[in-house]
Write a protein that binds this ligand. Structure first.
Ligand SMILES: *[C@@H]1O[C@H](CO)[C@@H](O)[C@H](O)[C@H]1NC(C)=O
Ligand SMILES: *[C@@H]1O[C@H](CO)[C@@H](O)[C@H](O)[C@H]1NC(C)=O
Ligand SMILES: *[C@@H]1O[C@H](CO)[C@@H](O)[C@H](O)[C@H]1NC(C)=O
Length: 462
């Protein structure tokens, strides 16, 4: 986890420093020039949030007349969430509105502007991004990318949100303040696009569509799923039959009872115990030769020390977003961190978040939100076996019909790139030849299926 020195804190306090008044008395916009950057500042009375943004930085989205705003939502002196809003290229005042939240793997949503159906991308060998014209979600959707939880990306805080339950109100309040400041985008269908580990609070956020990729929702289902996947996935067996049997024994005798206790009682101690009793997942993913986020590839750890020649896409994004001229242009103050080093302690973080989110997810589906659960089938960490079992267990009016349906091919212009099933407001999609970042690996399919879901229609082949 990032630690912040005093010098850094002072720098941040000086950079924001709007919070001299205890409360903001009324909504107002004004401009302020700080450290050579002209910010537009919005104070929102209802939430007490101050937005501090740069308009049309010229970074990433470069099309004239397509507005973008990037900067911070400040909750108080020490908690500042970075967001980047890009309006739809066509009909922004009537287009749907979607919020992109990166999951626990990368953390920083701003990276996804460059890597996952965003307005720009890095061509191989490029160090500045090119504009994306084909698979770009903001073609016809207003997109907001939020660096959350609050220590991800350009966001910063001394008060790290320990669990996703703690982070949710921040996002909700940020949206309230954003819509108060940018009324032209309000009253639109709101979709949430998230991956890996976005806990959703269905009560607080009113949403039209929810898209979750390679998620971890329910340990009782998914600790079993990862054993089955490791043995029986369509790429290659990762463990022997005997190992699978041993892991299954451990699952039934230790892991499942611990998980059920945590789900029932939700005490911190009980949930922390899940981490210990369900260590089978850690053993399964640790020190594999395969990249556990995409078992088609070799682990970067096993090729460490070898000169790979070209930097990875992640390194390119990291280098670009930490360039001082880029940071200044987009109004960023702290350095950018994709928080991927936190993967190592992710199991620690899971203690508080070990509880099943299946009931919440079920509530979301029952409330009429068009929901798509998708999974790249080469991801081992949040594998598609478990994701499918979770989708089948969602409790809504169509549970038994949905669970009994078989997967059928999903095609883009006649080309089959996955398989799916759909009933009423719930759809599941397995994406072929795709890892944890399936949108990146199969952009044409992802673009089509996101587009369909955000229009609140059931997904279908073309
Ligand atoms: C793998 O698949 C085979 C055949 O369907 C089945 O008998 C076996 O139980 C599966 N193993 C695991 C660990 O899921
Ligand atoms: C989704 O749920 C809403 C509210 O329950 C319902 O009106 C709508 O018909 C559902 N959509 C589909 C495709 O079934
Ligand atoms: C996405 O949705 C828009 C608006 O309904 C439609 O015009 C467009 O053809 C769709 N694109 C794809 C690839 O589905």
């Amino acid at each position: 986890m990032r630690t912040f020195g005093l010098r850094y804190l002072l720098l941040l306090t000086a950079a924001f420093g709007v919070f001299s008044a205890a409360t903001l008395s009324k909504d107002k916009w004004y401009r302020e020039r700080k450290a050579g950057v002209t910010y537009q500042i919005f104070e929102n009375e209802a939430t007490g949030i101050v937005l501090q943004v740069v308009k049309n930085s010229g970074i990433c989205e470069k099309i004239p007349r397509v507005d973008q705003y990037s900067g911070y939502a400040s909750f108080n002196e020490v908690e500042h969430t970075f967001f980047w809003f890009v309006e739809a290229r066509t009909n922004p005042t009537t287009a749907p509105f979607a919020m992109n939240l990166a999951g626990g793997l990368g953390g920083a949503s701003t990276a996804e502007l460059f890597t996952q159906l965003g307005p720009c991308h890095f061509e191989e060998g490029e160090s500045t991004p090119s504009i994306s014209n084909t698979y770009n979600l903001n073609q016809n959707v207003n997109m907001i990318y939020i660096d959350q939880p609050i220590d991800a990306g350009f966001s910063s805080s001394l008060n790290l949100a320990g669990s996703t339950d703690a982070a949710a109100p921040y996002i909700w309040n940020l949206l309230q303040a954003f819509f108060a400041g940018f009324e032209e985008y309000e009253n639109r269908d709101l979709s949430i696009i998230t991956s890996s580990y976005g806990r959703v609070n269905g009560k607080k956020i009113e949403i039209a569509a929810l898209i979750i990729g390679n998620g971890w929702y329910d340990g009782a289902i998914q600790y079993k799923g990862i054993i089955e996947y490791s043995r029986n996935n369509t790429y290659k067996p990762l463990i022997s039959k005997n190992e699978a049997n041993a892991y299954m024994w451990e699952y039934y005798s230790q892991c499942l009872p611990a998980q059920e206790l945590c789900d029932r009682s939700a005490s911190y101690e009980n949930c922390r115990n899940v981490q210990r009793m369900c260590s089978l997942k850690r053993y399964l993913i640790d020190e594999r030769d395969e990249d556990v986020y995409d078992i088609r590839k070799r682990s970067i750890y096993t090729v460490q020390g070898v000169d790979l020649g070209t930097p990875t896409e992640k390194e390119v994004v990291h280098g670009y977003l930490n360039r001082l001229d880029v940071m200044k242009a987009i109004g960023a103050i702290s350095s950018w961190d994709d928080s991927s080093e936190r993967i190592k302690i992710r199991f620690g973080e899971w203690a508080v978040d070990a509880r099943s989110t299946l009931n919440t997810l079920s509530k979301v589906v029952r409330s009429g939100v068009t929901t798509l659960i998708y999974a790249g089938d080469a991801d081992m960490v949040d594998d598609w076996f478990g994701n499918l079992d979770v989708a089948d267990a969602i409790k809504y009016e169509g549970t038994s019909t949905f669970a009994n349906k078989r997967l059928t091919p999903y095609a883009v212009n006649g080309l089959v790139e996955g398989e799916f099933k759909s009933f009423k407001n719930l759809s599941f999609l397995r994406i072929y030849e795709a890892g944890h970042t399936a949108r990146h690996d199969q952009p044409a399919l992802a673009f089509q299926v996101f587009n369909q879901t955000m229009q609140k229609t059931a997904i279908s082949s073309t």
